[in-house]
Design a protein around this ligand. Sequence first.
Ligand code: C2O
Ligand code: CU
Ligand code: CU
Length: 464
Amino acid sequence: LLKLSAGGLAGRVVGGAAGVRWARVPPPFSVPMPVPVEARPVRSTRDADYYRLAAASALAEILPGTRTPVLAYNGAFPGPTIRARAGRRVVVEHVNRLDEPTTVHLHGGAVRPEDDGGPMDLVEPGRARRYRYPNGQRAATLWYHDHAHHLESEHVYRGLAGAYLLHDECEAGLGLPSGRFDVPIVLRDARFGEDGSLVYIPEDFAGRNTILANGRPQPYFRVAARKYRFRLLNAANMRFFKAELSTGDAFQQIATDRGLLPAPLTTTSVPLSPGERADIVVDFSRYAPGARVVLRDGFSTRPSTNGILRFDVCGRVRDGSRVPERLATLPALRPATAAREFRLSMDKKTGMGFINGRAFDPRRIDFTVERGAAETWRIVNENQVIQHNFHVHLADFRVLDRDGGPPMPTEDGLKDTVMVRPGESVGVRVAFDPAFGGDYIYHCHIIDHSAMGMMGRFRITGGG
Ligand code: C2O
Ligand code: CU
Ligand code: CU
């Protein structure tokens, strides 16, 4: 049986008992940050690439010298990165080698309901399933993760998540940093037991006090003195991150969840709730070789969790990349044909989550949307201390207002997930792609909450 460790022990020992080798969280910035492996297609046709994602138990070296049991796609923690091209289909052949049901959901993907990997559309142990992704949308940083109802929170926590980078021609013509200078950074937190195992306790926000970037604790990353594009993905179950540089220097944000911003945003911080993404460009040419710049979490006040990773600046190199002043044209805001309200609440005593007073019931359709419609949704966090956020499948949206004021500049682009802090109310204009109809879901992406009911289902009807 696993004995749980108390948080914050001296020397950052994560736990221990006589006769047990203690797994240690290393001092910050002492292990290198890997770039997640890229998935290779198992086969390709004229217009499609086929990938195999097998979910199975595996051992991962997260803490140095310790093998931690994880749940992994193709043995990788986090899962392998899929690089897709707009207009070219991806088919994911998912194999479930676990003893619990799974699904694969493409977060941010405009896909048909049968390819959405929703919470009730389960792949049973020992079974396989194909998901088809048309990639008919613009370039964006998407991600895939398990979504099996009640299990998604533990499955994602144990490793079933990976990046899915969608490229297109418009973006390729811009000259942004690319190739090995285009790096996904999958952020999350974790709690380790004394034997180095991942300890999963629902809603264990305080206990998950080790920060992982691409699966390693507070790593360092060697960079050349040039521009890099980093795709920041908050894949944590509950933790909010506010990415900033220890120097206080500004960087450029070039994309939100669903694609490029119209123009780069110069900013010193980007807040990200679970599920949100931001692509940023950091130009290290302004630092002398040898400089060390920490990517910090401005939301964390604890020294043990406020360093995310450290960039170690090496030599100067020629840099042919650029960040043009115009990046993309966003679709015009379409007038709304309906307005809805979503009141999120969590009952502290029972741990149950509700939207408009109701917990998720897979048999219930909460509302219907006209195919291809645009709607105004207001999302309200009724809790006074508990953070929530909101994610809708299929659609993208723009943030209209935050408590009546303007959206944060860092969220003023195409989104599919938005933070809703305690007591806050956020208005969004949701746009549905007329190519898709059927049943989809929406939920709080603090997946310890959605697992406990903070989720609902809607139906897109009419048309096609
Ligand atoms: Cu990240 Cu319902 O998904
Ligand atoms: Cu999603
Ligand atoms: Cu929530």
